[in-house]
Design a protein around this ligand. Structure first.
Ligand code: PMT
Length: 397
C-alpha cells in the first residue's frame, strides 16, 4: 500500500533516532517517497548525511538553507505528504505539537500537514508517565493523530518500563493498514445528504432548522478518503467539501433534495441521510415580502414535505444500503426504531438533543447505531469526524 506514497518522516532528539534509519529504509523499500524533517537536537543523534543518502533527498531541518537563503516551505511539504510519521517523538516535541509551539521546522510542518499524522513516542518511563506527557498525548489523539504506543522494556537509562519506541517493522505495518483502509471503498458510489432544508415563505423568509451540515460533510470526507465517489446533496450551509472525490449538489428545499436524491439513487451502492429535512413547507409562497404593516398577523398554512428516506426506502434494491439518522428529544430509542422500520432503512444513527455536545451545530456528536436485527452500538461523545469514521466502519463494503 505504500508504493508511491509521499511520507514525511519527522525525527526528534532521542536515542531511539537510530531506529529511524531502519524505519526510513523499510519505507523506501516498500516504495514510498520519503522526505526527512529533523529537529536541531535530532541531528545530535543521527547525521543528515545518512538520512539523505538513504532517502535520496536533502534532509530539511531549518527554515532556510544558510548559504543560499533558500526557504523551505512547511506549507508545501504539508500539502505534498500523504502521511507524516514522527518517530521518535520526544516529550518536548509532543508538548510543542499539543500546544502549537512552532519554533522549529518539524512542528511547523506538523501544523501545516493536511494528511494523517502518526506519532511514535519514545522517552524514559518517568517522562512517559508524567501527567503532562499523558495529557499532551491525549490532546494529540483528540486532534485525530494516530499514536503508536511505545512498548515496555529496557530503556536507554537502563531502567525498565514503558517508553521504548515501537519497532520500525510494526510502525510500517500500522501505516500500511491505514492506507489499506483508505482504499476500502474504492469503486463504491455513495449518496450523502447534509444540512438543513429551507422552505420559502416569501423572498426574504423561510422555515429552516439549526443543522450546520458538519455531520454530513464529515461523512462525505471520510467516504471520499476511503476511495468512494461521493454525491453530497447539501442544503444551505457555510461549509465547503475538500476532497476531490466529492461532488456537491446544492439544494434549498426538501422537494429539491428529494428530486436530486431520487435521480442518483439507482447508481449508488449506499446512501447516508444525515440532512435535517423540514417536515413541513408553506402551502403558498408569497412572491412579495409579507409586510408587517398589515393589521392582521399572517396565518401560514403548512403542507407535509416528502419523506426522502421513506421514498428511497421504497426504491431500494437488493445490495443497496440505506442509513438514516434520527434526531430525538424523548423516547429516543423507540422513535428511532420506528423510523428504521417505517422508512425501510438498514441502520439508523440516533442522536439525542438531551446529550450535551450532540446534534446540531457542534463539532462533536454522541450517537447510537441501531440495525434491523436490533443490534445497538453506543458510541461515546466524539468529534463528528470520528463519528463518521465509526459509522463508515460499520457499513458493509
Ligand atoms: O448538521 P449538523 O449541525 O452537524 O447536525 C447533525 C444532525 C443533528 C442534523 C444529524 O446528526 C441528524 O440527526 N440528522 C437527521 C435530522 C433529522 O431530520 O432527523 P429526523 O428524525 O427528523 O429524520 C429521520 C430521518 O429521515 C433522517 O435520516 C432524515 O434525513 C430523514 N428525513 C426526515 C424528514 C423528511 N421529510 N425526509 C427525510 O428524509
Amino acid at each position: 500500500m505504500l508504493k508511491g506514497k509521499h511520507i514525511i518522516l519527522g525525527i526528534t532528539g532521542g536515542i531511539a533516532a537510530y531506529k529511524s534509519v531502519s524505519l526510513l529504509r523499510l519505507l523506501i523499500k516498500a516504495g514510498a517517497e520519503v522526505q526527512v524533517v529533523i529537529t536541531p537536537s535530532g541531528k545530535e543523534f543521527i547525521t543528515p548525511v545518512t538520512l539523505s543518502a538513504l532517502s535520496g533527498k536533502p534532509v530539511v531541518s531549518e527554515f532556510f538553507t544558510a548559504n543560499t537563503g533558500e526557504w523551505h516551505s512547511h506549507v508545501d511539504l504539508g500539502l505534498w505528504a500523504d502521511a507524516m510519521i514522527i518517530a521518535p517523538a520526544t516529550a518536548s516535541t509532543i508538548g510543542k505539537m499539543a500546544n502549537g509551539v512552532a519554533d522549529n521546522m518539524l512542528v511547523t510542518t506538523y501544523l501545516s500537514a493536511k494528511s494523517q499524522v502518526f506519532v511514535a513516542p519514545a522517552m524514559d518511563l518517568d517522562m512517559m508517565a508524567h501527567p503532562s506527557t499523558v495529557a499532551n498525548i491525549e490532546r494529540l489523539r483528540s486532534y485525530g493523530n494516530i499514536i503508536i504506543e511505545p512498548t515496555s522494556g529496557e530503556l536507554a537509562s537502563h531502567l525498565t518500563g514503558k517508553g521504548r519506541m515501537e519497532e520500525p517493522e510494526e510502525i510500517v505495518k500500522v501505516i500500511d493498514r491505514y492506507f489499506e483502509a483508505q482504499c476500502s471503498m474504492a469503486g463504491k458510489r455513495v449518496l450523502i445528504t447534509a444540512g438543513p432544508t429551507y422552505e420559502r415563505l416569501d423572498p426574504v423568509r423561510f422555515i429552516g432548522n439549526y443543522s450546520s451540515g458538519k455531520m454530513g460533510y464529515a461523512l462525505a470526507e471520510e467516504a471520499a478518503r476511503r476511495g468512494a465517489k461521493v454525491t453530497l446533496v447539501s442544503g444551505p450551509v457555510a461549509l465547503k467539501a475538500v476532497h476531490p472525490n466529492i461532488e456537491v449538489i446544492a439544494v434549498e428545499s426538501a422537494v429539491e433534495m428529494r428530486d436530486k436524491c431520487v435521480a442518483c439513487f439507482a447508481d449508488v451502492d449506499m446512501a447516508i441521510l444525515s440532512a435535517a429535512v423540514a417536515d413541513y413547507a408553506p402551502v403558498e409562497v408569497q412572491e412579495r415580502k409579507i409586510k408587517r404593516e398589515h393589521d392582521d398577523v399572517p396565518v401560514i398554512k403548512l403542507k407535509k414535505n416528502p419523506d426522502i428516506a421513506a421514498t428511497l426506502g421504497g426504491l431500494k434494491r437488493a445490495g443497496q444500503q440505506l442509513i438514516g439518522f434520527a434526531l430525538e428529544t424523548d423516547n429516543e430509542k423507540a422513535n428511532a426504531i420506528e423510523k428504521l422500520r417505517r422508512k425501510n432503512l438498514d441502520k439508523i444513527v440516533l442522536n439525542s438533543l438531551r446529550d450535551a455536545g450532540a446534534g446540531f451545530g457542534t463539532d462533536t456528536n454522541k450517537v447510537t447505531v441501531i440495525d434491523v436485527a436490533g443490534k445497538e452500538v453506543a458510541l461515546p461523545l466524539m468529534s463528528k469526524a470520528d463519528v463518521a469514521v465509526a459509522i463508515i466502519d460499520m457499513l458493509n463494503v
